[in-house]
Design a protein around this ligand. Structure first.
Ligand SMILES: Nc1ncnc2c1ncn2[C@@H]1O[C@H](COP(=O)(O)OP(=O)(O)OP(=O)(O)O)[C@@H](O)[C@H]1O
Length: 230
């Protein structure tokens, strides 16, 4: 999905926490959104996914307005909610709210292969480990098989195997033709997965560059400055 953000602003009372313009997301690429805590990353993607309203914005998705494409956008929230129910029902939650006819079972099987969640499907999701809960939330975001997938720190709480599985899954989503927007604080993950990197600082886009043009993020002084990497 091609997304054009002419401008997007978010204000809380008198404080402007996001003020971005001219962001072009090109279809079938993986975008990493990086920046310090509180820089506005979640505000940006939550607004793009329609779970929060911008104070002002002009955004088109494949040339259309959000309402026309919302069935084709999914978001994994940073602070996702786990319901007091089975893992299966937690993952299948979007089924209840979907107007589109979707083969949820097929999607579940397709994406669950990346994790070892099958044996846990009938367990109460509140009893899972932190990493298993994150996998549950991630599969919930994927179950509608949307063209645009937005993930807010999808490897939180994960061990090395979990991180590897999520990164393989992200690459697979791209192979399927999807557009992925990924917030992460893991710069190595950016190097391993992203096609483009959107650097946000104090609510503004500082850079949006092709990852292959950032020879080495750790050698790039301006990026080190933004990320405060020593
Ligand atoms: N409901 C709210 N009311 C007031 N201020 C808010 C609210 N939600 C977020 N903010 C402020 O907006 C700014 C941007 O927050 P945001 O969550 O987008 O940052 P972030 O870059 O995603 O941070 P992190 O890396 O910590 O997840 C922060 O200063 C935050 O305190």
């Amino acid at each position: 999905m091609n997304i054009k953000i002419k401008y997007a602003k978010k204000r809380y009372d008198d404080k402007i926490v996001l003020d971005v313009e001219n962001i072009d997301i090109k279809s079938n690429n993986i975008y990493a959104v990086v920046g310090m805590n509180g820089s506005g990353k979640s505000t940006l993607i939550n607004g793009m996914a329609g779970v929060e309203e911008f104070s002002e914005c002009s955004i088109t998705y494949d040339g259309k307005q959000f309402e026309e494409v919302k069935d084709n956008i999914s978001l994994m929230l940073q602070n996702f909610y786990i319901f007091n129910d089975t893992v299966r029902n937690n993952i299948l939650l979007p089924v209840k709210y979907s107007k589109k006819k979707i083969d949820f079972q097929k999607n579940l099987e397709k994406y669950m292969k990346f994790f070892n969640l099958e044996p846990l499907l009938d367990k109460n999701a509140r009893k899972l480990s932190g990493g298993e809960k994150t996998k549950t939330a991630l599969l919930r975001a994927l179950i509608r098989n949307t063209d645009l997938v937005i993930l807010d720190e999808p490897t939180n709480n994960m061990d090395v195997d979990g991180i590897k599985a999520v990164e393989e899954l992200i690459m697979y989503l791209k192979e399927e033709g999807k557009t992925v927007i990924l917030i992460t604080h893991n710069i190595m993950q950016v190097e391993r997965t992203a096609d483009y990197v959107l650097f946000i600082d104090k609510g503004r886009v500082v850079e949006c560059v092709e990852r292959k043009n950032i020879k080495n993020i750790f050698d790039n002084l301006s990026l080190k400055e933004i990320l405060k990497v020593l």
